[in-house]
Design a protein around this ligand. Sequence first.
Ligand code: TRP
Length: 333
Amino acid sequence: MNERVFSGIQPTGLIHVGNYLGAIRSWVDVQEGYESYFCIVDYHAITIHYDPADMKDRILDAVASNIAAGLDPEKCSIFVQSHVPEHTELCWLLTCLTPLGNLQRMTQFKEKASRQPEHVSAGLMNYPILQAADILLYKASIVPVGEDQLQHLELSRVLARKFNHTFGQTFPEPQPMLVQQAKIMALNDPEKKMSKSLPGSYIALSDEPEEIRAKIRRAVTDTGPSHEVMAPGVKNLFMLLELEAFAPGDIVRYLRGAYERRYLKYSELKHAVAEALVESLTPIRERRRELLARPHILEEIVAEGAKKARTIAHETMVEVKERMGLVSRHKRA
Ligand code: TRP
């Protein structure tokens, strides 16, 4: 129960079933067994182009959606990165330990930089140091992340080792806990991943039942008559259906059997997928809406989360500064 878990959540503004079935559901499991900190990483979000006018809503939405999907503020701490100034403070100290080359060869840095070549800031490059600071500030030993974050996690370990070696044992080396990433494909283009930047590709947690039904009805299935390999669109629909929460086993078995015996009507499969999604997403959508209607409750939750986080963050900073020769813990002696 004592191991500490930290993970960061981007305030993306829209959460789709792919995100839900990947990261969010793993966090919901994690909070049961660990001392968990879930941080809405707004300082990371400003490293790419964004609109200041909707940042506040994106943050509240991230809090509301994650709570609606099962994060329980009684069981874990949910807070906003910019409410705990120690994140950027530790980030600076770690920046001074980070070799430039390690940052320049980060895959995500190169990808994001190539997408916005006119705006490659030092913040974008230093993004992984801030991430390391997030984790090390809480001396977290376990970090639930998707595969795309492994390289960033590796830097967190490098920095923990380097700090310990240079200034004395302080940080555990954080280990990734790979979250099961259901690779849900775009409904309208099943060769690509479901993504909020592809309209028509996703079901959002906020979609009303009629929107869900319409999007599933339009989902691409077979493109040709070949039945030798299951077409990616059909496979995707089965995957949505089978992800435990979404449909009762007997329906899945019946549809699978029908597919194998080649009498499955795709309209029947789509109907089952849509109804299963409607049923499991309805409580999440309603809870999210209720929460967003009462922003002061969300604000209290993150204020409480930040309070708990700051207690630990402050202790770590006192220790870190002392080890680095910046302040003495025993000033009065
Ligand atoms: N970079 C992570 C992502 O895009 C978000 C993140 C920020 C994070 N800080 C973190 C994840 C610390 C884990 C731990 O998903």
